[in-house]
Design a protein around this ligand. Structure first.
Ligand code: UD1
Ligand code: UDP
Length: 377
């Protein structure tokens, strides 16, 4: 009998990072695979589903405008229970550190269903940064039966917490698999490539593109005002154009629109689908972000990243020299960008650094572990 695997995800980055896992698990003859989306995100999730051709077998449809953490937790916990009643999986797979991950893992634990945790073991050691993600990832880690750590460092974090070494595996990060797949889709389709090139008529080839994203809850309020002021300062340079695809969270949109709306050098746009965002990353000179996924992808494209946060659970990228952890003061973020814009040698060194997050085969390793309990490659 085939082992029944339920892959669960809810937000944009989980969908991007789980798309390769769904594909790799479906390729294993030992596994029967179904997909459950919580739809903690709706539009931003659906964009990814379409690009990667993913279809949900179960859809909890939990998103509500400006939802609270408790709203999402309750709906996911209860919704998963209904899915388990309908199709009892032998194992669920969750990814990362969102509320979906934490609540789905807890629901599986209550039903004594095994849990595989993708992107396990990232830690800042500070429960309030990233908040609530540090706690979400810890909780999922407590409950998981298999841990797929992206790097040796994340494996070591898990071993320090006394996880059984026989359950912890270094697989690489599946974001690299997704990126390779997206590059293949884009580069293999000349019409699509041409369409992407005409999609952004506002891009000025005479200026250097600074691509911005931001959405972290611990930055809401003061933090976001500092971020926007830093971007405003960078955008005041005549040689720079800022493009900012805004996250749909209203707590992000309000300060961004208030401080950056209407500035000549700043284009505030809707969230881009993954291929369009990838195109935009490729066009960019540098990226300013607080996003986890973006700082993992950008080094593969040779783009320096300024991380607008005070802590990071991704120190590998800082050590590899592909990102700068700039803090959340206007001065520190703006001056990091100015140095990259003005110091060519510094820029070149960052742009040439090697991506520490994997080789694009992470999903295949995870599928093998799910199917056989061991990893050959
Ligand atoms: C969530 C995750 C965060 C992850 C991020 C990725 C938690 C606590 N947070 O943050 O870890 O890095 O996703 O983007 O799990 N909205 C829409 N449409 C969408 C998506 C969001 O309208 O497609 C709006 C809604 O008003 C929603 C709000 O954004 O209520 C917040 O969404 P939520 O998932 O609660 O938090 P994020 O800030 O997106
Ligand atoms: N991304 C996207 N469109 C956008 C902005 C980001 O497709 O307009 C992708 C990006 O390439 C990365 C992921 O979304 O793979 C990151 O998601 P987000 O920043 O929302 O979450 P985080 O990674 O911080 O959890």
């Amino acid at each position: 009998m085939k082992k029944k695997i339920l892959v669960v995800f809810g937000t944009r980055p989980e969908a991007i990072k789980m798309a390769p896992v769904v594909k790799a698990c479906k390729a294993r003859p030992e596994l029967e695979v179904k997909v459950c989306v919580t739809a903690q995100h709706r539009q931003m999730l659906d964009q990814v589903m379409e690009i990667f051709g993913l279809k949900a077998d179960f859809d909890l449809n939990v998103m509500a405008p400006n939802q609270t953490l408790a709203d999402v937790t309750c709906k996911v916990l209860k919704g998963m229970e209904e899915v388990f009643a309908e199709w009892k999986p032998d194992m669920i797979l969750v990814q990362g550190d969102t509320t979906t991950v934490m609540a789905a893992a807890l629901a599986a634990f209550y039903h004594k269903i095994a849990i595989g945790h993708v992107e396990a073991g990232l830690r800042t050691g500070n429960l309030y940064s990233p908040w609530p993600e540090e706690a979400n990832r810890l909780i999922a880690g407590c409950l998981a039966n298999q841990h797929y750590a992206p790097t040796p460092r994340s494996r070591d974090n898990l071993l320090k917490e006394n996880k059984d070494p026989a359950t912890v595996f270094v697989t690489g990060n599946t974001v690299i698999d997704a990126l390779h797949e997206a590059v293949k889709i884009m580069d293999g389709d000349a019409a699509l490539k041409a369409r992407l090139a005409t999609q952004f008529p506002f891009l000025d080839p005479a200026k250097r593109l600074v691509l911005v994203t931001g959405h972290r809850r611990e930055n809401f309020g003061e933090g976001f005002i500092h971020i926007c002021n830093a971007i405003k300062r960078v955008a005041s340079r005549p040689d720079v154009q800022v493009v900012y695809p805004m996250h749909m969270n209203p707590n992000v949109r309000k300060p961004v629109n208030e401080i950056l709306g209407g500035l000549a050098n700043v284009n505030l746009i809707e969230p881009l689908d993954y291929l369009s965002f990838l195109y935009m990353m490729r066009q960019s000179y540098l990226i300013m972000t607080d996003s986890g996924g973006v700082q993992e992808e950008a080094p593969s494209l040779g783009k320096p990243v300024i991380v607008m946060r005070d802590t990071t659970e991704r120190p590998e990228a800082v050590d590899a020299g592909t990102v700068i952890l700039a803090g959340t003061e206007t001065e520190s973020m703006a001056s990091a960008a100015e140095r990259l814009l003005d110091d060519a040698a510094f820029y070149d060194k960052m742009a040439r650094a090697v991506n520490p997050y994997g080789d694009g085969l992470a999903a295949r390793r995870i599928a093998e572990l799910v199917a056989t309990g061991t990893m050959q490659s």
